[in-house]
Design a protein. Structure first.
Length: 230
């Protein structure tokens, strides 16, 4: 009986290992700062709030854990600057991008054998009236208008060849901006706003991000069979 139990345990361990190997491996890389920006006509106030971990939590919740293995990866500072200042146009593939970005991408894939790489960054704002002043911010609150915003952009790449699978795009003003309904921050002085009382705005930002992230999850699911390891 004891031998049977050991044998069963061995089978379960092997099955779990086999299942892990069959999962689609996803690297989540962030270029989003950790600053919540409170904007009004007179001043800009910054509050350090790291929302990056919520993205990892979102993808782990919304992608089937039996099919996907998602890990957070850090991109070196010199590559971060290289990618988002010089190579934003390389949405047709990492391997056509700059040498630093290309090397990091290949090294990452070689080390961890990822199937998909998701990069979080900022939306490129062009010709959107009312948004261009937000070009240097990732998320925050336009206090006088009582509008929360999240200018997150997600690019999803196939790791084996660096080709883009999906890019979130700014199609409408309200894709990334939403009016708060539960609290009117325009009636509160900026000095009285801190990390404790801007929670309603953060909740709205989470809602915006979830809408963006859901599109990415659907796109990844549509490619699942092509990535499935046999």
């Amino acid at each position: 009986m004891k031998k049977y139990g050991i044998f069963l345990f061995f089978i379960l361990v092997c099955f779990d290992s086999f299942s892990q190997n069959k999962k689609i491996k996803i690297a989540l890389v962030s270029h989003i700062d950790t600053t919540f920006t409170l904007i009004n006509e007179k001043s800009v106030k910054k509050i350090d709030i790291n929302l990056n971990y919520k993205w990892l939590e979102f993808f782990k919740t919304n992608l089937d854990s039996t099919k996907y293995n998602i890990q957070f990866e850090s991109m070196p500072e010199n590559v971060l600057d290289n990618y988002f200042l010089k190579s934003y146009m390389y949405t047709d593939g990492f391997f056509k991008a700059s040498p630093k970005l290309n090397k990091w991408f290949r090294d990452l894939n070689s080390k961890s054998d990822y199937d998909i790489i998701i990069i979080l960054g900022r939306v490129i704002l062009m010709n959107f009236t009312g948004l261009t002043d937000l070009s240097n911010y990732s998320y925050g609150l336009m206090q006088e208008n009582n509008l929360a915003f999240s200018l997150n952009r997600i690019l999803t790449y196939k790791a084996s060849n660096g080709i883009i699978l999906h890019e979130t795009k700014l199609n409408d003003y309200y894709d990334y901006i939403r009016r708060l309904k539960t609290v009117d921050f325009s009636k509160i002085t900026t000095d009285n706003l801190d990390i404790n009382n801007i929670v309603p705005a953060i909740n709205v930002i989470d809602s915006i991000n979830n809408g963006i992230g859901s599109k990415v999850c659907r796109k990844i699911e549509s490619h699942f069979k092509s990535f499935h390891k046999k």
